[in-house]
Design a protein around this ligand. Structure first.
Ligand SMILES: *[C@@H]1O[C@H](CO)[C@@H](O)[C@H](O)[C@H]1NC(C)=O
Ligand SMILES: *[C@@H]1O[C@H](CO)[C@@H](O)[C@H](O)[C@H]1NC(C)=O
Ligand SMILES: *[C@@H]1O[C@H](CO)[C@@H](O)[C@H](O)[C@H]1NC(C)=O
Length: 267
């Protein structure tokens, strides 16, 4: 038990500080909680000690202090099994979602409602500009959803970029009525665009790596930005992207690293 001595040296100091304050009366409930806490710290410390014994470099490393354990707990990844899960998926050759590039992307400008735009890679969103996206897929994978995909800044460096202003964390995706002739989706104006049917969801057009590291967004991908819809076999979907308080501009081109609005298809 002598190994644990350094760990025991911290709590008594805390007791001293507490007992110097004459106004502090600990009801039995609190002292019970406190001893429980101490017991938990001791268990954690014992576990940490065993871990350090198991690690190769244990001789060089000093025994962990309670504060070290606390800080390592606080930075612990919220989804510790995610990497493990991905590794298993790779091992077993499970299929990752497939990203389907849009068949057309056309700007619609409310400020010039008769101005006709052609499908192209330029994406412009503003309080008066929306984008009409159209996807087609024909595959045996049954489910799809739509999302915004912003590769980490380190991957984009020098290859792709986007400019934005205002709030790009809730870009709306509206399902549109299907036009009789899909070629009509290649050339559109604000006045000739298909009508909105329903709001499918909103996407957060910010760095994916940053989003993945934020505790308060943990689990957001469990619920896809838009509901999953059936897309087995020949499927088409037309949506309008809008934002009421943002300005976003970039080129969506078919190359790595991904940057843009994408259809994700699940096996
Ligand atoms: C979709 O794929 C199936 C199987 O590959 C094929 O038979 C069918 O003709 C395709 N449909 C269209 C509209 O391309
Ligand atoms: C979008 O609207 C079309 C009708 O144009 C409908 O068939 C389809 O199910 C809707 N999609 C979603 C995901 O709600
Ligand atoms: C969007 O993602 C950013 C990180 O890139 C995060 O700070 C923010 O809270 C997210 N917003 C929403 C509404 O999810």
């Amino acid at each position: 038990m002598t190994e644990y001595t350094p760990l025991m040296s911290t709590p008594p100091d805390e007791y001293e500080v507490e007992s110097k304050n004459p106004n502090t009366e600990h009801p039995p409930r609190y002292s019970l909680l406190f001893s429980l806490l101490i017991a938990l710290v001791a268990v954690a410390a014992a576990a940490a000690f065993h871990l350090s014994v198991l690690s190769e470099t244990h001789q060089a490393e000093p025994l962990l202090r309670t504060t070290d354990i606390e800080s390592s707990l606080r930075v612990a990844t919220p989804s510790p099994n995610l990497d493990k899960g991905h590794a298993i998926m790779r091992d077993k050759k499970f299929k990752f979602p497939r990203m389907v590039f849009p068949a057309s992307m056309v700007r619609a400008n409310a400020a010039e409602p008769d101005m006709v735009y052609e499908s192209g890679s330029s994406v412009v969103l503003s309080p008066t500009d929306s984008m009409i996206y159209h996807w087609r897929t024909n595959s045996s994978w049954p489910k799809c959803y739509l999302t915004g995909w912003v590769s980490p800044a380190a991957d984009l460096t020098g290859r792709k970029s986007y400019t934005w202003d205002g709030d790009v964390t809730a870009i709306q995706i509206w399902n549109l009525s299907a036009p009789a002739d899909r070629n009509a989706l290649k050339t559109l104006s604000w006045n000739t665009r298909p009508s909105r049917l329903s709001l499918l969801g909103t996407v957060n057009f910010t760095d994916r790596a940053v989003q993945n590291g934020l505790g308060h967004l943990d689990g957001q991908e469990i619920k896809a930005p838009t509901p999953r819809f059936d897309c087995l076999g020949d499927t088409e979907i037309t949506v309008e992207l809008t934002c009421t308080a943002c300005r976003l501009e970039f080129q969506q081109v078919f190359s790595m690293p991904p940057l843009g609005f994408e259809l994700m298809q699940l096996a």
